[in-house]
Design a protein around this ligand. Structure first.
Ligand code: M6R
Length: 604
């Protein structure tokens, strides 16, 4: 949930770290800090509550410099957001400085032990214990100390550690949280994510759990916990720096919404060659008697859509489980179960735990992941990659669309392999999938009318999303998108459920209902639901193929290009993303970094 970065090399570490933190701010933005081994033989540390801009202001008043440094952007877990609780943390002997992403579960016990030895703590964080413990163990060899510290810690961590006595050496270690090592001509980097180092290098090594990196100006060496050297060859990252920049858009979210036709095209193309093709061809549909999709947030919503598609096309039983529930429920799965883990980051703690639980029970695991080198990408038996490039906005858009399209493709392939579909039908549906990017473009060309409509909606107290069947599935995502960036109360309901309780929430003037109507045989039913809420005073936005909307003024209508209903979520979601975006933009909110959220949820 936090972002860490470190640099050792020929250049001044401070601007490199601050620039890198900007690319990691999506991971947390309660406070930020930077520490360098200063020229005076001490650590120079500047930490500041609030956004990175506040840290930058402090740094311009008190410039610091050094050839080795570490930086951090925080999403608070232990201790309120404050200057003191910000990272880097320095031990009380002022000898060792640490940045940490993760949670130390046994920090209370460790802290008590150290306090009994007279060590005074300055913050309320779990992370400070790492710096204090490292100083306590230190006897002239930082690598040795890091091994001892890592062996004493329980929980999750990605760490960057510097010691004043070894001022040319930056040490990193990780467990259950991501950490990459960047290598360049002028120096070496550690970072929570690739975009933080892309300006300087596209050569990265991925650290595995309990592996240690020792970085100096001259290069990177790797060790295991027994101090045995490991060999790692840097991989070349294909994302370019532009894909991690805003490119003239006001927000990353809008840029990423607009990128969707390309992302859909690239993802569809990806199954015709290379790794994705091999994975899809290797899956034997007949081997499985049950399919479980498990994920969190929007990725879970993609799973709910996929359930409707798989069940309709393959007549195969599909369960969709929140990963946070799946991991503890003692799931009924076997070696005949295919468990699909859907995750943009590939680092979501609950989804990783669900994957490990599924593997331990003998199920076959398939990851659908955006970040190459992430934990799910590495640990799932096979993995399909969404070809979306880096997604920076906390609210996912383009990766969600790429997840959907991969799941459609998989469902069509499974249906054909299971003999539930003729070759002709398979060709027909594949052509419909191939047509989605063009239809997405058509919707995006109508952006002005969606913007205009959204600007009239900022005053609603509640906005409900309703739909039936697959429209209900995608309504879940519409509602999540709206609430996470606009802070307007929102829920999604299956149309048929309204009369069982939710309709009592409809208030005259204060309620907008976004109704989805893409399911031909259920159109009459959803229109009855619309009538029911209209007669209780709600305003309605209807999205879908329903030209008979009528009642203008009460019911506004956004039509979609013609599309088979099973694939309609790919189009209606774009309308809902734009609607949410413009509602939030009209409220003047910080769209890319909504309050209390972080993009990558690497803690439980
Ligand atoms: O990286 P993941 O896809 O595993 O993340 C899962 C959720 O945290 C994520 O989809 C979250 O719900 C998004 N902020 C929604 O826009």
């Amino acid at each position: 949930m936090c972002g860490i970065i470190g640099y050792v090399g020929e250049e001044n570490a401070v601007p490199i770290i601050v620039e890198g933190l900007k690319k990691l701010e999506y991971r947390g933005y309660d406070s930020a800090g930077v520490a360098v081994c200063g020229q005076n033989g001490f650590f120079d540390v500047i930490k500041q509550k609030g956004r990175l801009t506040a840290l930058e202001a402090r740094l311009s008043e008190n410039p610091i410099a050094g050839n080795m440094g570490i930086g951090h952007t925080r999403w608070a877990t232990h201790g309120e957001p404050s200057d003191t609780n910000s990272h880097p943390h320095v031990g009380s002997q002022n000898k060792i400085a640490v940045v940490h992403n993760g949670i130390i579960e046994n920090y209370r016990q460790l802290k008590e032990r150290l306090e009994q030895k007279g060590i005074a703590f300055a913050s309320q964080t779990d992370s400070e214990v790492i710096a204090q413990l490292a100083e306590y163990y230190y006897s002239g060899d930082l690598l040795d100390t890091v091994i001892k510290v890592a062996n004493a810690l329980e929980g999750s961590y990605a760490l960057g550690i510097m010691c004043l006595d070894e001022p040319d050496m930056l040490v990193a270690v990780k467990k259950d949280n991501p950490l990459i090592i960047g290598v360049s001509g002028h120096g070496q980097f550690i970072a929570s994510d690739v975009p933080a180092v892309l300006k300087h290098t596209n050569k990265v090594c991925y650290l595995n759990d309990k592996e240690i990196a020792v970085l100096t100006k001259g290069g990177a060496r790797f060790f295991n916990m027994d101090r045995e050297p490991l060999s790692k060859t840097p991989e070349t990252v294909t994302w370019d720096i532009d894909s991690a920049e805003k490119g003239g858009f006001e927000h990353f979210m809008l840029k990423e919404i607009m990128e969707q036709p390309k992302v859909l095209r690239d993802t569809i193309q990806s199954v015709h060659s290379g790794g994705n093709k091999e994975v899809i061809e290797s899956l034997e549909a007949a081997r499985f008697d049950k399919l479980v999709i498990t994920a969190c947030g929007s990725a879970y919503n993609a799973g709910v859509v996929a359930k409707y598609v798989f069940e309709r096309l393959c007549r195969l039983s599909v369960e969709v489980e929140l990963a946070s529930e799946f991991r503890y429920k003692d799931a009924i799965i076997s070696d005949k179960t295919l468990v699909i883990l859907v995750s943009q980051s590939g680092e979501t703690a609950d989804t990783i735990a669900a994957m490990r639980e599924a593997k331990a029970k003998g199920a076959f695991t398939l990851g659908i992941v955006n970040v190459v080198g992430s934990t799910i990408a590495k640990e799932a038996e096979v993995c399909l990659f969404t070809a979306a490039g880096p997604e920076i906005a906390v609210a996912t858009t383009k990766v969600f669309s790429a997840q959907l399209v991969l799941l459609y493709i998989l469902a069509v392939r499974f249906a054909a392999a299971l003999g539930k579909m003729t070759e002709e039908a398979e060709r027909g549906l594949s052509a419909e999938i191939a047509a989605l990017p063009g239809k997405a473009e058509e919707i995006l060309s109508r952006i002005d009318s969606i913007q205009k409509y959204a600007s009239t909606c900022i005053g609603y107290k509640s906005i409900f999303f309703i739909g039936r069947n697959i429209d209900y599935a995608i309504a879940l995502e519409g509602s999540l998108k709206l609430k996470e960036i606009s802070y307007i109360h929102s829920e999604a309901y299956a149309g048929g459920e309204l009369k069982h309780g939710p309709i009592s929430l409809v208030e005259e003037e204060d309620t907008l209902v976004v109704a989805l109507s893409n399911c031909g045989r259920l159109r009459g039913k959803i229109m009855s639901n619309v009538e029911q809420v209209v007669s209780r005073g709600a305003k309605v936005l209807l999205i879908g193929s329903c030209q008979d909307a009528g009642q203008s003024g009460i019911i506004s209508y956004i039509g979609l290009p013609e599309v088979p209903e099973l694939f309609s979520p790919s189009l209606s979601v774009i309308v809902m993303q734009l609607f949410s975006y413009y509602v939030a933009a009209n409220k003047g909110l910080d769209i890319d970094k909504p309050r209390n959220l972080a993009k990558s949820v690497t803690v439980e």
